[in-house]
Design a protein around this ligand. Structure first.
Ligand code: MRU
Length: 358
């Protein structure tokens, strides 16, 4: 299995995704500042993966605080750790969800009388647990989602929502992997996903490694293949899902969803419930990250555009809920009206059938 991120006593080991597919390098990130920088520059990316990285970053930060401090001083020293990690990328809610969870663990441990060493041990355990939990969630999502995939056919995906975007197995690619494991004869069309090329560099690499048939296309080819009847369904991941089912995902996802509707192709979203933000009523409130312009104007050392040109580079867009056929989570499959079904899934008040039925 591809190892995206791993806890070690020396620090957090992450595959440097900027170097894929040509180099497979696993640096160690030994301080919380280094982990934060790795998230910011996209050594690691993908909503669930950056959640796990942030949790491990908190644990690394806690380990480095002087254990001789009194509890209040120690807790105060944790604040810049949380804040630095939270200031890395704004759209994927999993980052904030993970940091909040680590904060709560620290507060609960203190309330139960933990000293500094016990608190650090608790934070390390929690971060490691979140890593394993994420893989479990992806496998569960895969089982639910595989049922929605055709017995044979072609699935289009956008960006990378695979093992590399999570602790392992993947969300959208987890659904595809589970469909293959269930004996379905599916192939994948991967959008290259300009400008960061997660589809070409990461999705194509992962699927190729797993011997899942994959055809790489440029983003502007998706409509052509849909109209030609070559695509049976679309599955993508998400960085944040609003309470009403509007879905933020990699820039270009909205265009894919509209094309899918035009061509009567189901458009599915696979994401853990930690990606659902019930505090965001609609997609309008989801913050969209702007990335550096050189991601658009250059590829490697090659300059693609005139110097000084005005460039826009929003990293995500929002797909309105009306285009979404279903949202596949680790707790079941939500369908419209999403205000009801997502709330039920996130708050744990529904099993799979109830969520599907509402
Ligand atoms: O900018 P990125 O590469 O972090 O964006 C990633 C995506 O948009 C993914 O599709 C999303 O995080 C889902 S990953 C399981």
């Amino acid at each position: 299995m591809i190892k995206t991120i791993e806890w070690t006593d020396d620090g957090v080991v992450m595959i440097d995704q900027r170097l894929l597919p040509t180099e497979e390098v696993y640096p160690v990130f030994r301080t919380y500042q280094d982990v934060a920088e790795a998230i910011k520059v996209m050594v690691i990316r993908g909503a669930p993966a950056i959640g796990v990285a942030a949790a491990m970053g908190v644990a690394v930060g806690a380990k480095a605080i002087d254990p001789a401090l009194d509890p209040a001083g120690f807790d105060a020293a944790l604040e810049p750790v949380y804040e630095t990690l939270a200031a890395t990328r704004p759209t994927a809610v999993n980052l904030f969800w993970a940091i909040e969870r680590m904060r709560r663990v620290a507060a609960d441990a203190r309330a139960a009388g933990a000293g500094n060493a016990a608190l650090v041990a608790r934070l390390v355990d929690e971060a490691k647990g979140m890593h394993d939990e994420d893989i479990e969630a992806n496998r569960a999502m895969g089982r639910f989602g595989a049922e929605l995939m055709p017995d044979s056919g072609v699935i289009l995906t956008h960006c990378n929502a695979g093992a590399l975007a999570t602790a392992g197995y993947g969300t959208a690619l987890g659904v595809i992997r589970a469909a293959v494991e269930a004996g379905k004869r599916v192939a994948v069309f991967a959008d290259e996903t300009r400008p960061f090329l997660q589809g070409a560099r990461l999705t194509a690499w992962e699927l190729h490694k797993d011997d899942i048939p994959v055809t790489l296309i440029t983003d502007n080819m998706a409509g052509h293949f849909m109209k030609a009847g070559k695509i049976d369904c679309v599955v993508v991941g998400s960085d944040r899902i609003a309470a009403n089912g509007d879905v933020a995902n990699k820039i270009g996802t909205y265009s894919v969803a509209v094309l899918a509707r035009e061509n009567n192709i189901p458009f599915y979203v696979a994401a853990p419930t930690s990606t659902v933000d019930l505090n965001c009523p609609t997609g309008e409130e989801i913050p969209i990250e702007d990335r550096p312009i050189d991601e658009v104007t250059t590829v490697g050392q090659r300059v693609l555009a005139p110097e000084g040109i005005t460039v826009a580079n929003p990293a995500f867009d929002v797909t309105p809920n009306r285009y979404v056929a279903a949202i596949i989570t680790e707790k079941g499959v939500a369908r419209a009206p999403y205000e009801v079904s997502l709330h039920a899934l996130v708050c744990g008040k529904a099993d799979k059938e109830q969520a599907q039925g509402v």
